[in-house]
Design a protein around this ligand. Structure first.
Ligand code: HEM
Length: 469
């Protein structure tokens, strides 16, 4: 695309044909600093920057006002090219599908995430959190320090497997599961591929990249979900829904199949999509919340006092409790503001359109940078300060509607956001009720990396002390 069409939009100095490729930092930390550093390099309006990967332009937006054009558009609904690397795993499920396929599918699946359905999962959230607390108790008998992310990730994986497929993979209790290994491996391979433009070429990827392992992982992932789907379909047919035990998303999808709305291939795409989108995101979300609670003792005690008042001696966190845990919700949201699990997401311009007074040509990749939108001093005074009260009702009502966008916004927003907040609340509540948490590193000492997901480079190390019963 011709560079003249982007004249006037800020852009760091680049090379004539290769663009920014030679100056892109290859290491994960350097890359984050470079991308997020744009807000320091170009802090003023229009808060947008152009990058060139060779001849391909990407325009990164980092203001609520500019991102609004994308969120509210009914045209720019397709994703950027980075999502193509997910196609072999996810097929054309909700995250990756093009707008023609996505529109009717989203309409069909939206009721699946209604509170009346999500209520059924409260048991799973509690049950898996209890296992997590037991595992943490076992661990601290021999080692005071816990890398909490690794524990929480297995818990989130068990939760998403059980709620999506009605089948536990027992990631928390089993030492080794091939499916779990394949989930980790595929995430890693996709993220590495996104960062190395040479590996975007399929032939090079197969010859010199992780092609072989990629094939192994896809085979394991698809065989597992295919088998679960077929087993559940057979049981549903033979024993009826009463024979299946707890409800899972899969049962609702199988109902849709019975009505002729989708086929088994479509179901597989959506189950794989939930597995991808629904576990790493919540796992890093919960990890960062626990880190923040461990950094700010007064906030931790306030959240703990609320839990004691609302839940009292009740062993379980019930659906009714969830609505009342208002301060904990503010803590979770403030954590998502400073550490959005998906810090950047991409769309493709389907036709020329005006953003920030510039005409952006069709075909351009738009990167919406939620990490920086959440730090725009125009909407967030003292943006680096961790202050959960920002999310109290009154302040919320006065804010720009797109200043807080961890779940994206508009019609292509996250379908799982209520599920995510419910899960985060319950898992965090269990840990907080059982342990006093101290973070071994301050926030400013915790280095971040961003792959598809924002993560702490060295994990989050906590000291956990059991609270008196
Ligand atoms: C803290 C947790 C989560 C965060 C921060 C998050 C964030 C996001 C974001 C930013 C998007 C838009 C991505 C894009 O435009 O490319 C998205 C989409 C999506 N998320 Fe989530 N998510 C979370 C949890 C979940 C969970 C638990 C599920 C499922 C159970 C889920 C399922 C989906 C799906 C299916 C989409 C695609 C929606 C569509 O295009 O119609 N997410 N999520």
């Amino acid at each position: 695309m011709h560079r003249k069409r982007f004249a006037g939009i800020p852009s760091p100095r680049s090379y004539p044909i290769l663009g920014h490729v030679p100056i892109t930092k290859p290491d994960v930390e350097g890359f984050v600093d470079q991308i997020m550093g744009m807000a320091s390099l170009y802090p003023d309006e229009p808060r947008m920057v152009t990058f060139w990967a060779g001849p391909m332009p990407s325009v990164m937006l980092y203001s609520a006002e500019l991102a609004e054009v994308i969120y509210t558009s009914s045209k720019h609904l397709n994703k950027g090219m980075f999502y193509d690397f997910l196609l072999p795993w996810l097929g054309e499920g909700l995250v990756t599908s093009k707008s023609e396929k996505w529109r009717p599918r989203r309409k069909l699946l939206t009721p699946t995430f209604h509170y009346d359905i999500l209520k059924n999962f409260v048991y799973v959230f509690n049950h898996q959190s209890e296992i997590l607390v037991n595992k943490l108790n076992e661990h601290i008998k021999t080692n005071e320090v816990v890398e909490i992310g690794s524990f929480v990730t297995l818990c989130a994986l068990d939760i998403i497997c059980e709620t999506s497929m009605g089948q536990s993979v027992n990631a928390q209790t089993l030492k080794d599961s091939e499916y779990v290994r394949a989930v980790y491996r595929i995430n890693d391979i996709v993220q590495r591929r996104q960062k190395y433009p040479l590996m975007w070429n399929d032939t090079l990827f197969w010859l010199f990249g992780d092609g072989k392992e990629h094939k192994w992982a896809i085979n394991v992932l698809h065989s597992f979900t295919r088998k679960v789907i077929m087993d559940r379909k057979t049981r549903l047919h033979e024993e009826g829904s009463a024979g299946l035990g707890r409800l899972a998303f899969l049962d609702l999808l199988l109902d849709m199949e019975k009505n002729g709305d989708i086929d088994l291939g479509d179901i597989q795409e959506e189950v794989d999509t939930f597995m991808f989108e629904g576990h790493d995101t919540t796992a890093t979300g919960i990890t960062f919340v626990l880190h923040m609670l461990g950094c700010y003792p007064e906030i931790q005690e306030k959240a703990y006092a609320e839990l004691q008042t609302i839940c009292g001696t009740s062993e379980e966190i019930t659906f009714e409790h969830l609505g009342q845990l208002k301060y904990l919700e503010c803590v979770i949201k403030e954590t998502l503001r400073l550490h959005p699990s998906v810090p950047i997401y991409a769309r493709r311009m389907e036709e020329d359109d005006k953003i920030g007074g510039f005409t952006i040509p069709a075909g351009t990749q738009i990167l919406v940078n939620a990490f920086l939108i959440h730090r725009d001093p125009k909407h967030w005074p003292d943006p680096e300060i961790f202050r959960p009260e920002r999310f109290m009702l009154e302040s919320n009502n006065r804010r720009h509607p797109f200043a807080f966008v961890p779940f994206s916004a508009g019609s292509r927003n996250c379908i799982g956001q209520r599920f995510a907040i419910m899960e985060e609340k319950i898992v965090v509540a269990w840990v907080l009720r059982n342990f006093k948490i101290v973070s071994l590193k301050r926030r400013d000492e915790t280095r971040l990396k961003t792959e598809l997901i924002l993560r702490p480079i060295e994990g989050v190390r906590l000291q956990l002390t059991p609270r008196p019963k």
